[in-house]
Ligand binder design. Structure first.
Ligand code: ADP
Ligand code: MG
Length: 321
């Protein structure tokens, strides 16, 4: 590499930390030393993004730096944790200064917004691969889990579903949208907004939660399995992006159910806390009730008052030919 590993770390990643007395020792030694508040639990999550597999190889370093942190923060959001630290392991085919500048700018744009300190990492040469680990806090025993949904709880999602899947389909020439819609959905794919404030606001309210990285059906399915319950989903109530008008509601519902990368939250709440939950989230993000937890042990979908069956890649009306 033209830049040395030391230069890369110093020039692009070793930033001054403000307001981080909990970082006793950050970048520069063999390990970081971090202080966890006595009344909190530490939540740790990691995700790897491989070029060509988890993102198209043409996306800009700025978007990539943002996105690799966003997808990790989304996991903390789903647990209701407040983010604090991150580590970054970068595998790079080459040390390109412009690329590193864009990538680190994207990464720190989001890190700074959430008061997150980069406290260590690693750099190796190889096919472009990015691993981020994030660390956050939650009150003792308070973190939201996939397990915990009860029969009768209502199922909610934040934001809109399906835009990121549409964006990826456009990038891969599987879908044609107007320029305006492409812009809208591309932003949702490239710059997902980890729902951290919403996750924290749901502490003490939600009985279970997950972030939607693999599509609503798959991720709600994880809640149902962990909680040993079923659910009835009302497809008519799914919050869809405005691009749905262009491709038709049916096609848009397919994206909402089956495509990933939206990084919205799906959570369950007992009916009695719904008014307070909606009040708490009012100024944070849109939330939509899309169904109810049942004792069926299955995920049943309803559309226009009819039950529809879900197939591997979408759904089908009963009796449809
Ligand atoms: P070692 O060889 O002991 O693992 P390194 O030379 O890999 O140490 O890293 C030196 C310091 O720089 C360590 O504190 C490490 O955590 C940090 N570091 C390495 N790569 C990155 C990175 N991409 N981002 C942030 N910190 C990094
Ligand atoms: Mg190392």
């Amino acid at each position: 590499m033209s830049l040395t590993e030391f230069e890369i770390i110093q020039d692009y990643f070793n930033r001054r930390l403000n307001g981080h007395a909990d970082v006793v020792l950050g970048i520069g030694d063999d390990a970081a030393i971090l202080e966890v508040p006595a009344d909190k639990q530490l939540l740790v999550s990691t995700d790897t993004l491989v070029s060509g597999l988890h993102f198209p190889d043409h996306i800009s370093p700025l978007d990539l730096g943002y996105r690799c942190l966003a997808v990790n923060l989304s996991d903390l959001a789903a647990m209701g944790a407040s983010p604090r630290w991150a580590t970054l392991a970068l595998t790079l085919p080459e040390a390109n200064a412009a690329w590193l500048q864009g990538f680190s700018d994207g990464f720190f744009t989001l890190a700074d917004r959430h008061g997150l300190a980069l406290v260590g990492g690693d750099i190796t040469r190889g096919p472009l691969t990015i691993t981020v680990q994030v660390h956050g806090f939650a009150g003792r025993g308070q973190a939201l889990c996939r397990k915990g949904a009860n029969v009768g709880d209502l199922v909610y999602v934040t934001g809109e579903l399906g835009a990121a899947g549409m964006a990826l389909a456009c990038m891969e020439h599987r879908l044609d949208l107007s320029a305006e819609s492409v812009n809208q959905v591309a932003r949702r794919y490239l710059r997902p907004e980890p729902r951290l404030a919403a996750g924290m606001a749901l502490i003490g309210m939600a009985s279970s939660a997950i972030d939607i990285s693999d599509g609503l059906l798959a991720d709600l399915g994880h809640i149902l399995k962990a909680s040993e319950v079923g659910a009835t989903l009302r497809l008519d109530d799914l919050p869809l992006p405005s691009a749905a008008d262009e491709i038709g509601r049916n096609a848009a519902v397919h994206y909402a159910l089956g495509s990933g990368d939206d990084y919205e939250l799906c959570f369950t709440v007992p009916a009695v806390v719904v008014p307070e939950m909606e009040q708490r989230l009012r100024n944070l993000c849109a939330v939509t009730c899309i169904g109810e937890i049942s004792d069926s042990n299955e995920l049943d979908c309803m559309e226009a008052g009819q039950t529809v069956t879900i197939t591997g890649h979408g759904f089908q009306h009963f009796g449809a030919d």
